[in-house]
Design a protein around this ligand. Structure first.
Ligand SMILES: [Zn+2]
Length: 316
């Protein structure tokens, strides 16, 4: 594990003890990583950094490790580096060997027994290295598509299955499907409703100290999308989760909230605005500079919304 990181489970245990949640921010480049780390250090609260396999393919695993090592050096807050949606044990092993402190094995689209077998395999690999593992059960709809999630309750996580999955695999945390979805189109003209009763039922079965994860939790703020559209984007009908619904999910037992779309929208709004306002500038740093500023505001807003503790961010 890279020096300066902690296993995600250390942070998740702290969230269950304090009845709060941690933000898990995806980054796609150095600038986004810098903003996430600087902002979390400023508010002195733990965070989880995460990358998908496509980001690993884009940046390169060695570059990710080098950038994160530099980013967390001398930073005095608990930080984990997590693989988001690892599709098999191979990519999980690559990340564990490279120095990640947490991996997700996502076999949610496979049969239950296959999901259990693969998850167990990754848990065994990870435990040897002191690395945490997140599993997933249930299906999140709407990957980049405008798919209605109403009537998709059969895709939601089954509470009894969740209990059996955790018992059989000993996985450290579980991502559940309760109505959120990936990408900017989470509902048709109205924010999706989260199935909080199902969440409550799952938490009752798995216990108050078992960490649960909410994916696809971005709000898709209209003001930032408007800036994108004003400066050339063509994204309409996007709709995310209401901030108050994310808060309610934390009250009902969510401990890790994944945020990707919202920081992408902010970053892109900054780039588009800067290109428009500085049409003669070829200075990449200038355009990325405004993108970083706009992203910072969203990171602060998310951390304040999601991590609520009177005791500060020390895990002790
Ligand atoms: Zn996800």
């Amino acid at each position: 594990m890279i020096d300066g990181l902690v296993p995600a489970l250390d942070i998740l245990r702290w969230t269950t003890k304090n009845e709060t949640a941690v933000c898990a921010f995806n980054f796609s480049n150095m600038e986004m990583l810098q903003v996430i780390i600087a902002t979390a250090a400023e508010v002195k609260l733990p965070i989880i950094l995460q990358v998908t396999e496509s980001t690993i393919n884009y940046i390169g695993l060695d570059y990710i490790i080098a950038m994160v090592s530099a980013a967390v050096k001398d930073i005095d807050i608990p930080i984990a580096l997590h693989l988001d949606h690892g599709k098999d044990s191979h990519i999980c092993k690559r990340c564990i060997d490279a120095g990640f402190s947490s991996v997700m094995i996502d076999k949610s689209s496979a049969r239950f027994t296959e999901n259990v077998t693969c998850t167990k395999e990754v848990v065994e690999l990870a435990k040897k290295a002191g690395v945490s593992v997140e599993g997933e059960l249930g299906t999140l709809t709407g990957r980049e598509d405008d798919v209605s999630i109403s009537g998709a309750a059969e895709l939601f996580t089954d509470p009894d299955q969740a209990y059996r999955y955790i018992e059989s695999t000993k996985v450290d945390s579980l991502a559940i499907a309760i109505g959120s979805s990936h990408g900017p189109f989470k509902g048709q003209n109205a924010p999706p409703k989260l199935d909080l009763n199902r969440l409550r039922e799952i938490k009752c079965l798995v216990g108050p100290f078992y960490p649960l994860v909410l994916h696809g939790a971005s709000a898709v703020y209209p003001d930032l999308l408007d800036i994108c559209n004003r400066y050339g984007a063509d994204i309409h009908g996007a709709c995310g989760l209401k901030d108050e619904d994310v808060k309610a999910s934390i009250k009902f037992g969510i401990n890790k909230v994944n945020v990707d779309t919202d920081i992408r929208v902010a970053f892109m709004a900054g780039i588009r605005r800067s290109l428009n306002e500085n049409p003669n500038s070829l200075d990449v740093r200038k355009h990325f500079g405004l993108a970083k500023e706009m992203m910072r505001d969203v990171v602060i807003k998310k951390i304040k919304l999601i991590t609520n503790t009177a005791n500060g961010g020390s895990l002790d």
